[in-house]
Write a protein that binds this ligand. Structure first.
Ligand code: HSE
Length: 392
């Protein structure tokens, strides 16, 4: 029997307990032995909960119990999540997490402790909710040189955009529903402002390109400024507007950022709606591969966490080699220099525009490929209402 402890009994933590119980037999058959949750660590009381007998308030109980082989951290954030993860790894226990903030900010150090202690620190659920992406990148696609990875990495904002622009629901109501459905972060501004997607693209960039990217140095633009006129004109031109995280290898280095983009209706990502996420990977052998699935929510996220728990259970003392080097000066290119074509909503269409579109929502034009610096210089005094990169 493999003994586990869950830290944090919120949406994801309770989902993990539920999946381990519901699929107990098939999981045991796959692993070769049963997985038993011995403790759930949470500071709150759950007097009505069927698992109340497992709740402990003191993490030291888990830390000191030699029976516990795997610790599931679903507390979220830095703070105690970071402290308990470090202590669990130092106590020789593997840790599995859905905590993208912790992996993005402190993963380098935590993976180093795991390596030193001969245990695993696994985080499949930190990106794309239930979509398998970390394991495909580190295993199935490992023979490639990855040149680019991009995608819809936040379920809450994709859900809100779908509700707002396909169903006419106001942003606040759509956000409230996303919170009720368990998609949003505790502080949903992390979703809306692109901060959550930024943490995820940094983790993907770390894994694909092999060097840590600090999320605080990556520019993130969220969905707050997307106007109905932008969406109407983009659609008239044959595109959806999607919030994308993107990391790519170019001559000037690695570029990483989060921004709303125009995505052509011919591209699979334009059809990804609601809470679904999709991640596209470009490798020099595979070409392009796209991973699609539920990007947030209790059970989809728990699905990924439980798979990692099973992986630890089957690892039998071996380690999954995974990681990246510490930050390197000059690794990240200046995003303002990355060329793109741009979609500009503006009352005037300049002579140098490649194409333009106009209708009830006003007018917009498409620029040739140029950097943001060049774009700003070219736009000069034009009265620009909005400006988006076009995904090419
Ligand atoms: N708030 C996140 C999202 C949860 O909406 O994608 C999953 O990481």
């Amino acid at each position: 029997m493999i003994v586990a402890a869950i830290l944090g009994y919120g949406t994801v933590g309770s989902g993990v307990a539920e999946v381990l119980e519901t699929n107990r037999e098939s999981i045991a058959a796959n692993v070769g032995e049963a997985i038993e949750v011995k403790y759930i660590v949470d500071v709150r009381d759950f007097p009505e909960d069927a698992r109340r007998g497992l709740i402990v308030k003191d993490f030291s109980v888990v830390e000191a119990d030699p029976e516990v082989r795997v610790v599931v951290e679903t507390i979220g954030g830095l703070g105690v999540a970071q402290e308990f993860t470090r202590r669990a790894l130092e106590a020789g226990k593997s840790v599995v997490t859905s905590n993208k903030e912790l992996v993005a900010k402190k993963g380098t150090e935590l993976l180093a402790i795991a390596r030193e202690k001969g245990v695993n620190y696994l985080f499949e659920a930190s990106v794309g909710g239930g979509i398998p992406i970390i394991r495909p990148l580190t295993q199935c696609l490992a023979a490639n040189r990855i040149d680019e990875i991009y995608g819809i990495l936040n379920g809450t904002t994709n859900y809100i955009l779908t509700e707002m622009f396909r169903k006419g629901v106001p942003m606040e109501s759509a956000l409230q529903r996303a919170q009720e459905l368990g998609y949003a972060e505790r502080d949903p501004s992390a979703d809306i402002l692109g901060v959550d997607a930024c943490r995820k693209i940094c983790i993907l960039s770390d894994l694909c390109f092999g060097c840590w990217v600090d999320p605080d140095r990556v520019r993130a633009r969220g969905i707050r400024d997307i106007a109905p006129e932008d969406v109407a004109l983009a659609e008239q031109w044959g595109c959806s507007i999607k919030l994308l995280g993107r990391a790519l290898r170019r001559e000037g280095g690695i570029y990483a950022y989060v921004e709303p983009h125009l995505v052509s209706r011919d591209h699979l990502l334009s059809e990804v709606s609601g809470v679904m996420n999709a991640v596209a990977v470009r490798g020099n052998a595979i070409g392009e591969a796209i991973f699609y699935g539920a990007g947030a929510g209790k059970l989809p996220t728990a699905s990924a966490v439980c798979a990692d728990v099973m992986d630890v259970a089957k690892a039998d003392g071996t380690r999954r080699e995974m990681g990246w080097s510490p930050a390197r000066e000059g690794w990240l290119g200046d995003i303002r220099r990355l060329p793109s074509r741009w979609f500009v909503r503006c009352g005037q269409v300049p002579a140098w525009a490649e194409e333009s579109v106009s209708g009830a929502a006003g007018s917009a034009f498409v620029t040739p490929a140029m950097s943001e610096e060049e774009l700003e210089a070219r736009l000069g005094d034009l009265a620009v209402s909005a400006c988006y990169r076009i995904l090419d």
